[in-house]
Design a binder for this molecule. Structure first.
Ligand code: AOS
Ligand code: ZN
Ligand code: ZN
Ligand code: ZN
Length: 388
């Protein structure tokens, strides 16, 4: 792809999902700095996500986290979202925040704890059925801290059994995305530390089990775009949790630490058809905004993904293929770098105008009075989610 008109069509259809937990207060284990105007319940998180979509035009869904977003009536929550122009997206189960999970959830040596964890996944499948969510996003904190603490292979077996139950309960339109993370909260083994382990578990489950790539969950120097290329080729790239990492699982704004890496990932997607709706790759953000105001931070994040996508769409595929076939190392690299070095912001501003949006969503947010309104209206809210 290289013509802007074709790229613009793809960009119009792009869907970037924002996470409910990023609208709440967050911090590190040292301190959570509370902000004003923080949502007090899942409905207000939906209001914020809808604002992000209203201004960007490409963020039409919000991921939910259970139990942080548990409500009496998920049907009503879905209608509330629809009235504001967005959908309820991926359901994220929480099997890491209770004392019972000290030694793991699905991999726990105690069958009673495993039962509890599986039951929670099944509950999340049922919630997803009600909300029409196509994705069950599974991340587990399971692992061990010391050699010999538990049997590595037995834990993989338990993991399979638990996932199998959840997978078999899912409606036809639902996929199970298994997220990996190489360390933290455990420091000797994580039970799903890498894409290979997730891939192996997914292969055993069936075609609707796919790998979720959280960009922050890799060791320094990992070539994430290579992983993306391989998973796409195998039909097992379920989606992304985008964020930035400098050191560990930093969860900073996507495209902030390394916009070039984000571009390289997008380039692999574009060249393999990963942006086609048929590829069904879920573009989700998984971030926390510890210092910066949440809604404009989320707008910035969506724009960063959009800019990286636009640049990847500008790669001259014909010229690249020719240079590659000729073994022209510098020429091939130059084609890719030309696209990366293109300033796409003016074109994206025009595209937004074509879509009936303000060309500058952040400025539009500041002019809208939304921040002042939520700060005045939302009093007495408690911290939710991380750091709660
Ligand atoms: C944790 O490190 C993972 O990135 C999770 O995807 C996520 O942050 C958590 O499950 C929030 O729901
Ligand atoms: Zn220290
Ligand atoms: Zn994640
Ligand atoms: Zn993470």
């Amino acid at each position: 792809m290289s013509s802007w008109a074709a790229a613009a069509e793809v960009l119009r259809a792009q869907r970037i999902e924002t996470p409910s937990w990023a609208y709440g207060n967050s911090g590190t284990r040292f301190k959570v700095f509370a902000q004003r105007g923080i949502p007090r319940d899942p409905y207000e998180k939906i209001d914020d996500a809808a604002k992000v979509h209203e201004l960007t035009g490409v963020a039409p869904s919000i991921a939910l986290h259970i139990p942080w977003d548990r409500v009496e009536d998920f049907g009503a929550l879905g209608r509330y979202a629809a009235d504001r122009g967005i959908e309820l997206g991926a359901i994220n189960p929480n099997v890491f925040q209770e004392d019972d999970y000290r030694l793991g959830s699905l991999c726990n040596p105690d069958p009673g704890v495993r039962r509890k964890a599986v039951d929670h996944l099944l509950e999340c499948v049922e919630i997803g059925r009600v909300t029409g969510s196509g994705v069950l996003s599974v991340w587990m904190a399971d692992g061990t801290n010391y050699a010999g603490q538990d049997n590595i292979r037995a834990r993989q077996d338990r993991l399979h059994e638990g996932l199998r139950e959840a997978y078999d309960r899912m409606p036809e339109n639902m996929r199970l995305l298994l997220e990996y993370k190489f360390f933290e909260p455990h420091f000797y083994t994580m039970d799903v530390p890498d894409w290979g382990t997730s891939f192996a578990q997914c292969l055993r489950l069936g075609e609707r089990a796919q790998v979720l790539v959280d960009t922050g969950h890799h060791a320094p120097g990992t070539n994430i775009e290579f992983i993306v290329a391989v998973l796409l080729r195998e039909g097992r790239l379920g989606g992304f949790h985008f964020n930035s990492r400098n050191y560990a699982d930093d969860d900073l704004i996507v495209g902030a630490a390394d916009p070039f890496q984000l571009f390289r990932i997008m380039h692999e997607l574009v060249s393999a058809g990963g942006l086609d709706p048929a590829a069904n790759v879920a573009f989700m953000l998984d971030q926390c905004h510890n210092l910066e105001p949440k809604v404009p931070a989320m707008i910035r994040s969506v724009l960063n993904v959009q800019e990286a996508t636009a640049k990847a769409l500008l790669v001259d595929a014909g010229a690249l293929a020719r240079a590659q076939a000729e073994g022209d190392v510098l020429g091939a690299n130059a084609v890719v770098m030309d696209a990366f070095n293109t300033d796409v912001r003016p074109r994206l501003a025009e595209l937004r105008e074509d879509m009936g949006l303000d060309p500058d969503p952040i400025a539009a947010y500041h002019r809208s009075g939304y921040q002042e309104r939520i700060e005045a209206e939302r009093t007495g809210g408690a911290a939710m989610g991380w750091g709660a």
